[in-house]
Design a binder for this molecule. Structure first.
Ligand code: HEC
Ligand code: HEC
Ligand code: HEC
Ligand code: HEC
Ligand code: HEC
Length: 364
């Protein structure tokens, strides 16, 4: 039997061990972790005992000898422990007001559930869900795609968009070492978005807080035609070009770049606004949980930064208060019209949450 002192020693040892284990396992979270059997994701012949396993997709064989297509593997319910990020759930996910509260189970990109269930304007209409009845395959602000939007490939978002096919566009990425996100290869780009950089939250923003969230790349640009091709907003602009940059599209006042705007600015740093402007009170009432000190980060209306080496807990207005497309939108889908992060059209009648006020702090 252990005496009281021994017990204390063992408890201490246990704490130290689990801390070390955390250090060892955390950084490899967004690549396929060592020790997961190949057979949980691959099948050599797309056949077992002469048939197809119930856990596999039914339209194989699939490229790269995987057991399902992109959507098939990425369908499920997130619980904060799963090693696959789920972006589609077959029953309604818990989004709460903003998809960030402690009772939610969606990730940073949101979920395709709503667009898949008849609400065209609540998500990107990726295959195999129906095409958008209003836009077809034409992204507003850009030119028509050659066919319906898909997860990856020439008409998709992830992977090398110069490759037509989904798996050709992404091959090698899932097993790639992503400890350094430099945008040089698909695997070392932010969330396999080729050329884009950023800090990747290991939990894909499952119930994020002030120190656990993605850190999006932004750029403090000098004109409406100035672009940095590694930002998250530039990524959206690959299809929605004129909503981000272009001559006469965003701001053509005498100063070249500034208020009054033609379209809502993105890759615009709020540090350019006056020291007493409403923006200096970011994030108003929308601080992330766990916040302390001045100008904490908001996971409801996130801002980008030029330095993305780590998640920021507080904004200093030094190229770290940059408006991005996903300050207001989710990338995959949300329960709100135009894939907005909060119920923009429902405020103030139906909700008291309006993320616009995280920056427009005197307009509530
Ligand atoms: C959790 C799922 C998962 C597990 C486990 C897994 N793979 Fe993969 N693997 C994938 C996916 C998805 C792809 C295709 C997309 C890609 O390449 O990014 C892939 C692609 C590959 C490729 C082609 C691309 C490359 O990186 O060379 C090889 C080879 C491969 N896997 C071998 C293995 C072996 C061997 C194991 C076991 C030691 C294994 N995989 C375990 C999911 C998995
Ligand atoms: C066999 C199952 C499987 C298939 C097929 C698969 N994925 Fe994944 N995917 C995973 C797993 C597991 C992870 C988490 C580990 C990782 O990032 O490699 C993941 C991670 C990702 C991520 C997040 C990467 C990050 O930085 O966190 C993206 C994006 C992604 N997959 C896209 C795709 C696309 C696009 C396809 C189709 C071309 C696809 N996946 C096919 C299992 C799969
Ligand atoms: C590969 C091209 C492509 C990229 C990249 C892309 N989109 Fe789209 N987007 C489209 C297409 C096509 C449509 C119209 C069809 C649809 O709604 O799916 C669209 C529609 C939209 C809509 C309107 C949805 C509706 O029905 O009201 C929003 C909002 C949107 N995109 C935001 C974004 C944001 C934010 C990003 C970056 C995170 C982005 N898009 C990146 C192609 C793209
Ligand atoms: C992440 C911060 C942020 C969020 C969230 C945000 N805005 Fe803005 N908005 C700005 C900044 C910064 C400017 C430019 C201010 C300037 O140049 O003085 C701006 C400009 C504007 C303008 C044009 C003002 C002008 O001077 O031309 C309007 C209108 C506007 N926003 C409305 C909205 C609405 C509505 C929402 C919610 C859907 C919203 N904003 C969300 C930061 C934000
Ligand atoms: C300040 C918040 C905010 C930012 C930043 C923002 N959007 Fe929007 N977006 C909205 C709102 C609100 C709507 C609803 C329509 C409107 O008010 O114009 C919308 C609508 C859209 C639509 C649908 C347009 C249509 O014709 O129905 C697309 C596409 C879109 N946004 C893409 C983008 C892209 C791409 C970016 C970045 C370059 C971006 N948004 C940045 C708030 C924003």
């Amino acid at each position: 039997m252990f005496g009281g002192f021994e017990v204390f020693k063992y408890v201490k040892l246990l704490i130290v061990c689990s801390f070390l284990l955390c250090l060892v396992s955390a950084p490899s979270w967004s690549k396929i972790r060592d020790g997961i059997p190949c057979s949980s994701c691959h099948t050599m012949h797309y056949s077992q005992n002469g048939g197809v396993l119930s856990s596999w997709g039914k339209s194989g064989p699939y490229k790269a000898l995987v057991v399902n297509d992109c959507l098939g593997c990425h369908t499920g319910v997130n619980n904060g422990q799963n090693y696959t990020p789920y972006v589609y759930s077959t029953s309604e996910p818990l989004y709460g007001q903003t998809g960030t509260e402690s009772n939610t189970n969606t990730l940073a990109g949101g979920n395709f559930f709503w667009v898949a269930n008849g609400s065209d304007d609540k998500g990107h209409n990726v295959r195999p869900f129906p095409e958008d009845s209003v836009f077809g395959n034409t992204p507003p602000g850009g030119t028509a795609l050659s066919s319906q939007l898909s997860c990856a490939g020439a008409n998709g978002c992830h992977g090398d968009r110069s490759k037509q096919d989904e798996f050709e566009a992404i091959i090698g990425a899932h097993h790639a070492d992503d400890t350094t996100i430099d945008g040089k290869t698909v695997g070392s780009s932010y969330r396999f978005l080729l050329g884009i950089v950023g800090y990747e939250d290991p939990n894909w923003e499952y119930q994020p807080d002030v120190s656990h969230h993605n850190q999006y790349k932004g750029y403090d640009r000098a004109s409406e035609t100035d672009v940095d091709k590694s930002t998250i907003s530039y990524f959206c602009a690959e299809c929605h070009g004129y909503f981000h940059n272009g001559s006469g599209q965003i701001s053509d006042n005498s100063a070249g770049w500034g208020s009054p705007w033609l379209r809502h600015p993105t890759d615009y740093d709020m540090s350019n606004t006056g020291i007493n402007s409403e923006y200096r009170d970011y994030p108003g009432n929308y601080a992330a949980s766990g916040a302390s000190g001045s100008n904490p980060y908001s996971v409801i209306a996130p801002v980008g930064s030029e330095n993305v080496s780590a998640p920021k807990t507080n904004i200093t207005f030094q190229k770290d208060a940059i408006v991005t497309c996903i300050s207001c939108h989710r990338a995959h889908g949300s329960p709100y019209k135009h894939i907005l992060r909060w119920d923009y059209y429902g405020w103030p009648e139906k909700t008291n949450t309006n993320g616009c006020n995280a920056c427009h702090t005197s307009k509530d």
